[in-house]
Design a protein around this ligand. Structure first.
Ligand SMILES: Nc1ncnc2c1ncn2[C@@H]1O[C@H](COP(=O)(O)OP(=O)(O)OP(=O)(O)O)[C@@H](O)[C@H]1O
Ligand SMILES: [Mg+2]
Length: 568
C-alpha cells in the first residue's frame, strides 16, 4: 500500500504558518502581548525592547495571572479563556478571542512565560514552539512574557524586517495607541534601556495623550462627542492650527480596540476640509462605542480592521463629534467657513513688513558666471516687471515675449539653491521668542539623526530634557516662516523617510521643505524692490525655470503665439 499523501501537519509547523499571518514583525508581538495584558485586567504594563525586538521583547503586567494548568494551555492552539461558543463571536468585548497569539509567537521565538495566580507561580519555556516545559517558579504578581530571538527559525521572515529604526518606530506606534486607548493603565516603554513612554494611568485621556504627543499638542485638543443611533463617539480633536503633514495622528478606537479604517479617516478629514489645507491632517483620538453585535472584529488576521454593520452611521457620528467641537471652539459655522480661513490660514497670510525684505532677498554678493544664464532668458537684458497679478504672479516683459512668474515657485528655487551652496550660510535669524518643541520618542529619533545637518543650515536647536527642544534661531532665509510649523513638518517628513532613507535624500527633502515654508506665498503683496530682487536672484540660480519640486517657475508667451491667437 502506498502511504497517503494527505496528512495532518505537525503542531509546530501549523504554528509557524499561523505566525506568518498574525506575527509580521516585532511590533505584532508587542501588540498581542499588550492586548493580553489589557484583557487580563492589568493596571500596570511595562514593555521592554532590545535590538528592535529581534533580540528581546518583554511585556510584564500586574493582571489576573494564570494557574500552572492555564499556563500550559495558553500556548496551545485555539486555547482561549475569552470565548466559548460561536455566539460569543458576535459579542466580543475582549481584545483577544482566537487563542492564536501565544502559540504563534512561541512558534517563532525562544519563548518564556511566567505567571502567578494566587500564591502559585509557574514558568513555561519553549524554543520554536518545541521542547515545552513548565516548572513551579517564584513569580511576582501577574504575567511576564519574554520573547527572544524572534524569527530565528523563519529566516525568510527575518530578512523582511526593516531597519531597527523602523521596527522600533512601529513598536512605539502600537504602544502609543494603547496608552491612549487605556488611560487608566500605567504604561512604560523602554527601548534599549531608554525610557521612551511612561503614562501615569490616571484615567484621564489628556494625561495619556501628553505621555504620547507631549503637552503642546494636548493643550490644543478639543473635547468631542456625539451619538448617532446606537453609535457613540467621544474623545479629542485638534484645533485647525495643530494640523499635521500625515494621518499618523488620527486615532480611532472601536470598543477600546485600535483600528485602521479609511472611511473613518475620511469622515474626520471632511470636517476639516475648509479649515486646513488639503495636504494637512488633524490630530484626533476618538473612541467609538458600539454594540459588539454591530461590528465584526474578525475580518483581519491581526485584527487591525473591523467591519461595521452600518458604516454610514459611524461616519456620521465621527463627523458630528468633530464638527460640534470645532463649532464650539471657533464659533458657529466654523467648519463650513470658506477656503483659506481658519487659524492655519492666518499664520500664512501675514502682512508684509519692509524689514522682512533683507531676509527675503539676502544678497549673495556673487556675480554670475556667464555660462549659467543661457536657457530661455538673457541676463544682459533682464525681465522687466510690469505688474503683480493677483499678488501671486509677476507679469514681466522679456524682449518681445511676455513672461509670467509664479512668485512662490520662484522664491522656492532661490532659497533651495542658497541652502544647497557648499559654503556656510550667511547667518541664522534669531527668533524673537524662542519656541519650545515637544516630540514623541519616534519623532525625537528622527530629528536627532539629522540634527547636525539642520544646525549647519542655521537652525539653533537646543536639547531641553527628554524629547524636547528649544528652537532659538532659523536659517536667515526662513525669517518669515512659521518656524515651529516648519520644524514640526520637517520632523514628520523625516520620520516618514525612516532611518533607511539615504542621507543625501533626507538632506534634499529638508532643503525642499525649508524652501517651501520660507518662500513668499501666493497672495503676498510684494514691493517693486522685492519683485526686482526676486527676478535677479532667480536668474542667479542654476535652474531658474523650475522650482525644486520640478514645477515651472515661469510661463512664457512668445510674440509668435500672441500673433497667432489674435489671428494677425
Ligand atoms: N498576560 C496574560 N494574563 C493572563 N492571562 C493571559 C495572558 N496572556 C494570555 N493569557 C491567557 O492565555 C490565553 C491565550 O492567549 P492568546 O493571546 O494566545 O489568545 P487570546 O488572547 O485568547 O486570543 P487572540 O489569539 O485573539 O489573542 C488567553 O485567552 C488568556 O486566557
Ligand atoms: Mg491574545
Amino acid at each position: 500500500m502506498t502511504p497517503s499523501r494527505v496528512h495532518i501537519l505537525p503542531d509546530d509547523l501549523v504554528n509557524k504558518i499561523a505566525a506568518g499571518e498574525v506575527i509580521e514583525r516585532p511590533a505584532s508581538v508587542v501588540k498581542e502581548l499588550v492586548e493580553n495584558a489589557i484583557d487580563a485586567g492589568a493596571t500596570r504594563i511595562s514593555v521592554e525592547i532590545k535590538g528592535a525586538g529581534k533580540k528581546l521583547i518583554r511585556v510584564s503586567d500586574n493582571g489576573s495571572g494564570m494557574t500552572r494548568e492555564e499556563v500550559g494551555l495558553s500556548v496551545e492552539r485555539h486555547s482561549t479563556s475569552k470565548i466559548s461558543g460561536a455566539d460569543d463571536l458576535f459579542h466580543i468585548r475582549s481584545l483577544g478571542f482566537r487563542g492564536e497569539a501565544l502559540p504563534s509567537i512561541a512558534g517563532v521565538s525562544v519563548f518564556e512565560l511566567r505567571s502567578r495566580a494566587g500564591n502559585n507561580g509557574s514558568a513555561l519555556f519553549a524554543e520554536g514552539g518545541k521542547d515545552k516545559r513548565i516548572e513551579d517558579a517564584g513569580v511576582p504578581e501577574g504575567t511576564s512574557v519574554t520573547v527572544k530571538d524572534l524569527f530565528f527559525n523563519t529566516p525568510a521572515r527575518k530578512k523582511f524586517l526593516k531597519s531597527d529604526y523602523t521596527e522600533n518606530g512601529h513598536i512605539g506606534d502600537i504602544v502609543s495607541r494603547y496608552v491612549m486607548a487605556c488611560p487608566s493603565i500605567a504604561f512604560s516603554l523602554t527601548i534599549d534601556d531608554k525610557n521612551l513612554i511612561s503614562s501615569p494611568g490616571s484615567g484621564e485621556l489628556k494625561d495619556a495623550v501628553i505621555a504620547v504627543y507631549g503637552v503642546e499638542i494636548a493643550k490644543d485638543l478639543l473635547e468631542a462627542s456625539a451619538s448617532s443611533g446606537p453609535v457613540k463617539v467621544s474623545g479629542l480633536v485638534s484645533r485647525p492650527a495643530t494640523s499635521r503633514v500625515d494621518r499618523q495622528y488620527e486615532n480611532f478606537f472601536v470598543n477600546g480596540r485600535y483600528v485602521s479604517n479609511f472611511l473613518l479617516n475620511r469622515a474626520l478629514e471632511e470636517t476639516y476640509r475648509t479649515l486646513i489645507p488639503g495636504n494637512r491632517y488633524p490630530v484626533a483620538i476618538l473612541f467609538i462605542g458600539i454594540d459588539p453585535g454591530m461590528v465584526d472584529v474578525n475580518v483581519h488576521p491581526s485584527k487591525r480592521e473591523v467591519k461595521f454593520e452600518n458604516t454610514q452611521q459611524v461616519m456620521h457620528a465621527v463627523r458630528e463629534a468633530a464638527s460640534s467641537a470645532l463649532k464650539r471652539a471657533l464659533g458657529t459655522g466654523a467648519p463650513s467657513a470658506g477656503p483659506g480661513i481658519g487659524a492655519y490660514g492666518e499664520t500664512y497670510q501675514r502682512e508684509w513688513r519692509p524689514e522682512m525684505a533683507d531676509a527675503l532677498f539676502p544678497r549673495t554678493g556673487q556675480e554670475l558666471p556667464a555660462t549659467r544664464i543661457e536657457m530661455e532668458v538673457s541676463a544682459v537684458q533682464p525681465l522687466i516687471p510690469v505688474h503683480q497679478f493677483r499678488d501671486t504672479y509677476i507679469v514681466t516683459i522679456d524682449g518681445a515675449d511676455l513672461v509670467l512668474i509664479d512668485q512662490h515657485a520662484a522664491h522656492e528655487r532661490i532659497i533651495y539653491d542658497r541652502l544647497s551652496e557648499k559654503r556656510p550660510l550667511d547667518a541664522s535669524q534669531p527668533l524673537l521668542v524662542p519656541e519650545t518643541l515637544e516630540l514623541s520618542p519616534k519623532e525625537n529619533a528622527a530629528l536627532e539623526e539629522n540634527l547636525e545637518y539642520l544646525r549647519s543650515l542655521g537652525f539653533d536647536l537646543e536639547v531641553f530634557g527628554n524629547n524636547s527642544y528649544i528652537l532659538r534661531a532659523v536659517p536667515a532665509v526662513s525669517a518669515r516662516s512659521n518656524a515651529k510649523q516648519m520644524l514640526s513638518d520637517l520632523v514628520s517628513e523625516l520620520m516618514e523617510l525612516g532611518r533607511s532613507g539615504k542621507l543625501e535624500e533626507k538632506k534634499e527633502r529638508i532643503r525642499k521643505l525649508v524652501a517651501c515654508h520660507s518662500a513668499v506665498k501666493a497672495g503676498d503683496k510684494l514691493s517693486s524692490i522685492e519683485i526686482n530682487g526676486l527676478i535677479k536672484d532667480l536668474y542667479a540660480t542654476a535652474n531658474p525655470t523650475t522650482c525644486p519640486h520640478g514645477r515651472p517657475t515661469m510661463v512664457r508667451i512668445t510674440e509668435a503665439e500672441l500673433e497667432k491667437r489674435f489671428g494677425r
